[in-house]
Design a binder for this molecule. Structure first.
Ligand SMILES: O=c1ccn([C@@H]2O[C@H](COP(=O)(O)O)[C@@H](O)[C@H]2O)c(=O)[nH]1
Length: 236
């Protein structure tokens, strides 16, 4: 079990995978004080979401910019410097050594933390092999985690299926952030490596990223509160 270094209610990160700032603001209103931490990714980020990120951070919410940067080192570094001014807590980059090194160096002195995306949670071994990799998912996740730790990356994005093994490898110093969260009975969608909130926390995840199971619920606030209940029970 994880030490209680993160308040239980701050462990849920709701992915604002929505088409406009207006729809995101409406969802944030509905969720109210049930959610303290939001993730903004491609869909909203390219539709005005970066300004919303700054507004949210200014209003006391925490923000995870899931931009999954990956480019030559200089471009990654300059991008990270720009993102560092937006007020976000987390920014993702893909877990390639040049990319991680550039991002870590460029975030120095800012409050921004870099998360390395190990292997996307929609991938299984077959998908990885189709993409040209010889390693299976668990071996590639672990190899990338070791590289990330050696390069000073602040945290890892993986499926909760790898959380227990990663915790043994990286200890308590790196944030383990896990999408692929599915409360019992929710649709899997395109996710292939999934766990319930309770099992993910028990496996060692620090933060749970949840999109559709909250956004598409008839009562999103009740869905978020149900996840908080699972998290609290798993930490008790
Ligand atoms: O490996 C990864 C990395 C990022 N994500 C992002 O998390 C959310 C998950 O949304 P759900 O609707 O709960 O499936 C989404 O924004 C992804 O871009 C991920 O799923 N897996």
């Amino acid at each position: 079990m994880q030490p209680a270094r993160i308040a239980p209610r701050d462990r849920l990160i709701v992915a604002l995978d929505l088409p406009s700032v207006a729809s995101a603001e409406a969802m944030i209103d509905r969720l109210g004080d049930a959610v303290t931490f939001y993730k903004i990714g491609y869909q909203l980020g390219y539709a005005g979401g970066l300004s919303l990120a700054t507004q949210l951070a200014g209003s006391g919410k925490k923000v995870f910019l899931d931009l999954k940067l990956h480019d030559i080192g200089n471009t990654v570094a300059r991008g990270v410097e720009s993102v560092a001014g937006l007020g976000a807590t987390f920014l993702t980059v893909h877990a390639y050594p040049q990319t991680m090194k550039a991002a870590v160096e460029a975030r120095a002195g800012s409050g921004l933390k870099i998360l390395a995306v190990t292997v996307l949670t929609s991938y299984d071994d077959t998908d990885l092999h189709a993409a040209g990799y010889r390693l299976n998912v668990s071996d590639l996740v672990e190899a990338r985690a070791k590289q990330a730790q050696a390069l000073g990356v602040d945290g890892l994005v993986s499926s909760p299926e790898e959380a227990a093994a990663l915790r043994k490898i990286v200890g308590d110093q790196m944030n383990l952030v896990t999408p692929g969260i599915r409360p019992a009975g929710s649709a899997t969608g395109d996710q292939k490596r999934i766990m319930t909130p309770a099992r993910a926390i028990a496996a060692g995840a620090d933060y749970l990223v949840v999109g559709r199971p909250v956004l598409e619920a008839a009562d999103p606030k009740a869905a978020a509160e149900a996840i908080h209940t699972e998290i609290a029970q798993a930490l008790a």
